[in-house]
Write a protein that binds this ligand. Structure first.
Ligand code: 6PG
Length: 257
């Protein structure tokens, strides 16, 4: 197994889910402002699941909503389920309700993964092409996003990179259609390690005591092979924002925050 050169993860431990949302939203703002100052735009891939919802809501409310450079933001998704956007399990649907419907981000700068379409492999290939075009990279080059937000499943999955999946070995494609038998919606679409590990900044948002064991495993032993442990930006920042419950099994040396 090739264990990527580890970006030393920064670990930020906060009291509770509300503090996690506030801290995460502030981090997003800082990364966005720096990206716009440096490159004139902010490119980001959102996480799905439920943890990020409150972070998205904070970004859609004062004071952060007015500070975010929405007109310079280009927004993608780290993964999606094989459902229409109005489905209860749609990651796009969650982000749209919590954030996208509430802020002035130009609609043509929001790139949804059309998970409901019939041909999953074509959806993945087209999304990869769209990302490359929009981000201005040549064929075969891997786009470098300013920020990718990720969550962590209790089995160590992240985005829709699940344990044992062949997509964990992907070294070329940036987007893949996967069949995740263990997942609530088995048909999934996910960014792969090539693009995750090319990012300028990856931020994990993890909350709750039920994640404590997998947080310890993912942060404690990079060669654990857990999908989340293999995310390590080669030339970028890796930040884990945990609430106390999720961090409760980390050795005290890792909990100094
Ligand atoms: C998905 C997510 C997934 C999520 C984790 C954690 O589409 O399911 O992208 O990777 O981040 O499952 O989900 P919770 O935040 O709901 O615990």
């Amino acid at each position: 197994m090739i264990v990527p050169m580890a970006a030393t993860p920064e670990i930020r431990i906060v009291n509770d889910p509300s503090a996690l949302a506030e801290t995460a939203a502030q981090e997003v703002l800082e990364v966005a402002r720096a990206a716009v100052a440096a490159r004139g735009r902010f490119t980001v891939a959102l996480a799905g699941g439920s943890t990020p919802r409150e972070t998205y809501r904070r970004l859609a409310q004062p004071p952060l909503a007015a500070q975010m450079p929405w007109d310079r933001t280009v927004l993608f998704f780290g993964d999606e389920r094989g459902v229409p956007p109005d489905h209860a399990d749609s990651n796009y649907g969650m982000a749209h309700a919590a954030l996208l419907s509430r802020v002035p981000i130009p609609p043509d700068r929001v790139f949804r993964i059309p998970g409901e379409r019939a041909d999953p492999d074509a959806v993945a290939a087209e999304y990869a092409r769209t990302m490359a075009e929009v981000l201005g990279v040549r064929r075969g080059e891997v786009p470098r996003l300013d920020l990718i937000l990720l969550g962590l499943g209790v089995d160590g999955h992240t985005a829709s990179l699940f344990p044992g999946s062949p997509v964990l070995k992907e070294t070329f494609r940036t987007v893949a259609a996967v069949h995740a038998a263990a997942a609530s919606i088995p048909q999934r679409f996910t960014l792969t390690y090539p693009i995750l590990n090319a990012a300028a900044c990856v931020i994990y948002l993890v909350s709750g005591a039920e994640k404590a064991k997998v947080v310890k495993a993912a942060l404690g032993d990079r060669s654990s092979g857990l999908p989340a442990a293999m995310v390590s930006p080669v030339d970028g920042r890796l930040l884990w924002i945990l609430d106390r419950a999720a961090a409760s099994l980390l050795p005290s040396s890792r909990r100094a925050s």
